[in-house]
Design a binder for this molecule. Structure first.
Ligand SMILES: [Cu+2]
Length: 313
């Protein structure tokens, strides 16, 4: 761990700067693009890079015998209670998506990082082109997995995927999806929770804690539940759509920050822990990545335009 505890609020004015406070080398940030705005060749290159990760070994620091692909659901599951329903939900997932992008690039992907703006698909999310077998991520689960309640995605680039972990078990399985209506009406994907108007209302939150709670419990959770299958347990990074979904979550945080960057790039507050409401989160809180990468301080990812990240939307 670096000497994060020596730092204080107003971090970027401190004498010894964390690397991310130095914005000087991020002169031309890359721009993340909505999935449907990528051309077909770039979409194919992205999904090929995702599959490339299934053919590489786990990062040695994790001591696993599964694949690099499985590292992401594995660490997300193991850190579950440290990174959900706490203040660090947004900064942790911001860096997690970045670490995934690094691996896509190691697998030869050179196109823009992407996100899925699900507000564009309301009111008919099951018919979205995001599920297209050629230009998207394949569709709903169709075929039951033996000895499992999962229904397997049967088309598109991920139909032969075999993620290793499901919840706390080592259990190689198909990529499962069960589009979920939560009601008796087929086709209702909780979409009232993430309409453009609903998202606009969340963007009007005046402070970080209010914004984070509304975004995490609202649209973030609704999309996980609506897709179901592998998107439900804490091994949800098993579904490649996870990273486009969290790209959108990160984009909404970015949009919210852009409204008043001088204030909001430092606005961070709320519960540090799930079970202890007395401890307030702070910018110099340390976030673990379970050995996949060095831990970082929250302050290092409060803006996307710094040495560490260097992108915009
Ligand atoms: Cu998560």
């Amino acid at each position: 761990m670096r000497a994060s505890t020596l730092l204080f609020p107003g971090l970027c004015a401190a004498a010894s700067l964390p690397r991310s406070c130095n914005a000087s080398t991020c002169t031309s940030p890359s721009k993340r693009i909505e999935w449907r705005s990528l051309d077909e060749a770039t979409q194919k290159a992205y999904t090929d890079a995702v599959m490339c990760m299934t053919k590489k070994q786990s990062q040695p620091s994790l001591g696993l015998s599964t694949t690099l692909y499985d590292d992401f659901p594995y660490i997300h599951f193991n850190l579950d209670r440290d990174i959900h329903f706490v203040a660090s939900f947004l900064p942790w997932h911001r860096y997690f998506v970045h670490l995934y992008e690094v691996q896509l690039r190691e697998c030869g992907y050179t196109g823009p990082m992407s996100y899925w703006d699900w507000t564009l698909d309301v009111p008919d999310v099951p018919s979205s082109s995001i599920w297209d077998p050629v230009t998207g991520f394949g569709g709903n689960g169709q075929v039951p997995e033996p000895d499992s309640s999962l229904k397997c995605v049967a088309d598109g680039p991920f139909k032969d995927l075999r993620p290793s972990y499901f919840g706390d078990a080592y259990e190689p399985h198909c990529l499962g999806r069960s589009f979920n209506n939560g009601t008796a009406e087929p086709g209702d994907m909780f979409q009232s929770i993430y309409t453009p108007a609903a998202v606009q209302e969340i963007l009007e939150a005046s402070d970080y804690n209010d914004f984070r709670i509304k975004l995490e419990s609202g649209p973030h959770g609704a999309i996980h539940s609506a897709i179901g299958g592998d998107m439900s347990p804490a091994t949800s990074p098993n579904d490649p759509i996870f990273f486009l979904h969290h790209g959108q979550i990160d984009r909404l945080w970015w949009l919210w920050q852009q409204i008043e960057p001088e204030v909001r790039n430092k606005d961070f507050s709320g519960n540090r822990y799930q079970d202890d409401e007395t401890v307030q989160a702070a910018l110099d809180d340390y976030m673990s990545f379970f050995g996949m990468a060095d831990g970082i301080m929250v302050a290092e990812v409060m803006t996307t335009q710094n040495d560490l990240l260097c992108y915009t939307y």
